[in-house]
Design a protein around this ligand. Sequence first.
Ligand SMILES: Nc1ncnc2c1ncn2[C@@H]1O[C@H](COP(=O)(O)OP(=O)(O)OP(=O)(O)O)[C@@H](O)[C@H]1O
Length: 345
Amino acid sequence: MDQTTAVRARDISESFGDVVALDGVDLDVEQGRIHGLVGPNGAGKTTLLGLLLGLAVADGGQLEILGSPVGSRPAVPDGVAGFVDGPGLYPSLTARQNLAALVALRGSGPGNAENTENADNTDGADNSAEDADDIDEVLEQVGLREVAGDRIRGFSLGMRQRLGLAAALLTKPRLLVLDEPANGLDPAGTRQVHRVLSRLAAASTAVVLSSHRMDDLAALCSEVTILNAGRVMFSGPLAELASATDVLDYRVRTDEPARARLIAQASDLTLLPPDEARPHPDDSLLVRCSQGELDDLVVRLVRAEVAIRELAPTVAPLEAAFLALCGDDSDAPGGAQPVTERGVA
Ligand SMILES: Nc1ncnc2c1ncn2[C@@H]1O[C@H](COP(=O)(O)OP(=O)(O)OP(=O)(O)O)[C@@H](O)[C@H]1O
């Protein structure tokens, strides 16, 4: 497998007036990896993706894309494709015409944007047969072949996102950069996009994509970078992130709630007040504890012959780690401390 580093960023900073969007960001992405950027609103995700796409140049730090340092002027680096803030598309053109226009604008087709707009040659008559085949192929990949002849004015957000992905695929990128590609996608669309991205990664393309949600990324990415207020809170494999948060909240449902509560009160763990957010709160216990403390509680309950009917974290471990690191949930276990094991601030 090609081990070339697709992205190597060191101490990247970027400000807009007084607003510090990125503050000493390091990022490493190897080819063939799908790397997720996650963080709350204003964390700096789009700003960082924009730098990777060459839409802007960082105020400070070093950035290498596909083995070459980026220049001092904004320019899309060779081999890079993607979009931030939604794909740029022509609403009055069909899906196929949009892709044909992009091919023409890139200069790999004989036409230009104007003649593509005026013509109703939805079969790509102005493009070479090879371009037309490529267009059909990427439309098929993203599941838009059936609506290739429809004007995209009527497309849903999810369909536009998929067309944006198709446009990026046309360039056969070695680094694909996507800002919230899951926006507006239904579950089937999400699965389809995941399949496309996984195939790309298997063929050595690096993918960097952003999301607000850890659970979105967990299904697709092997590694993540968590940004908060422009700083890297964690960067590394998902498994490492899950183990970064030892303390979690668990729901424990038993056949004898009153006795179970007494036993929990006699333990070292923290007993949380009942979950009022649930529409039908039952009499399960909510406890905040480490894995070891949970083991101890289970042993005590079993010894007391209290039957455990359900035991599960209230929030998935990865989501809990994200909430703890971003410190945007005062109820979350843990605090907003950067994890310092691997390339973080
Ligand atoms: N062009 C700009 N002019 C001024 N401030 C900007 C500009 N672009 C971004 N910012 C600011 O930089 C910070 C980071 O913004 P950015 O869009 O990168 O965050 P984000 O993580 O993508 O947020 P979101 O999840 O809401 O899209 C924010 O405080 C934002 O207001």
